[in-house]
Design a protein around this ligand. Structure first.
Ligand code: SAH
Length: 284
């Protein structure tokens, strides 16, 4: 394969591409994400973006860290957004690289709205979200026909720093057969209590998947009522996804994951895609 059998959009100067990098494994980058990395003048990236993904950036690209991790000093959201606008107005090709999917608990919509209001042209490149792809790396499907006709994504952490108060816990607890929580470790005991008080079976299956799709991936499963204790005992740290529901039971048979050797060279298949991408870049 010397060239990709289809064309990818050109990354024009003055544009911002808002790109999802997936939950960890750089192999989960989309072709559009790899293409954008190869062409960007500046990459503004978040804390959860894997170094392996950044290694695909054009060597001349400027890499700007805009990470936010709970409790540590970090750039303010308006500063990040303003710098994206300023860089675009300078005529740069600006890649805003975010963990997972930019539109799932990632403030991508806020950034896109600011770009839109400032008249900056932008493109959104979806990514694999941790609550689906990260769980898949733990052998936990988001849905199966036997277990759930619905799945709910919930944040365990509102902008106030507290458990979001807009959630109707009894309805969530009784109405959603599978619930996937992002940013939920800090308030896990409260979340578990609210689910059980809201009518969820305390013996329902539950799991925490930390650093999913990275060599540090760790998974803990326990009945819902015991999950908090298990997480403390195992010393599980963020980032982590919490999942409640019977799809967790599939892990017993679907745990396919083994970590890739940390320093493994890119596989032939990856090289082929990247070489094809270079050919496209030369042609374009
Ligand atoms: N936009 C991201 C979510 C950003 S919010 C996405 O679509 O995945 C940050 C939260 O995402 C973390 O607190 C954690 O709950 C989850 N997360 C992101 N990457 C993760 C990973 N590799 N493993 C486990 N959880 C992850």
């Amino acid at each position: 394969m010397d060239t990709l059998p289809f064309s990818l959009p050109t990354f024009d100067p003055g544009w911002v591409w808002l790109v999802g990098a997936g939950p960890g494994d750089p192999g989960l980058l989309t072709l559009l994400a790899a293409h954008a990395l190869g062409h960007a003048d500046v990459v503004v990236y978040d804390a959860l973006v894997d170094q392996g993904a950044l290694a695909l950036a054009n060597p001349d690209a400027e890499l700007v860290y805009a990470g936010k991790r709970g409790g540590k000093p970090s750039p303010k959201q308006p500063d990040i957004t303003n710098s994206l606008i300023a860089l675009a107005l300078e005529g740069k090709k600006v890649l805003r690289l975010k963990g997972g999917d930019p539109f799932v608990f990632g403030r991508g919509a806020e950034e896109a709205r600011a770009l839109s209001q400032a008249g900056i042209p932008f493109r959104v490149v979806p990514g694999v979200t941790a609550g689906v792809g990260g769980l898949a790396y733990a052998g936990i499907p988001a849905t199966t026909r036997d277990t759930n006709a619905a799945v709910t994504f919930v944040t365990g952490h509102a902008s106030t720093g507290e458990v979001p108060d807009g959630i109707r816990w009894p309805e969530l607890a009784k109405g959603s057969p599978v619930i996937v929580f992002y940013m939920a470790l800090k308030h896990l005991p409260t979340i578990i209590e609210r689910l059980i008080d809201g009518g969820r079976d305390p013996a329902d299956s539950a799991a925490v998947v930390a650093s999913a799709a990275t060599p540090e991936q760790r998974v803990v499963t326990a009945p819902l009522k015991d999950l908090g204790e298990a997480v403390t005992r195992e010393g599980i740290a963020p980032p982590a996804i919490v999942v409640v529901g019977r799809t967790v039971d599939f892990r017993e048979h679907l745990d396919w994951w083994t970590p890739a050797p940390a320093a493994a060279p890119p596989s032939t298949a990856v090289r082929t895609v990247l070489d094809a991408e270079k050919t496209v870049a030369r042609a374009g």
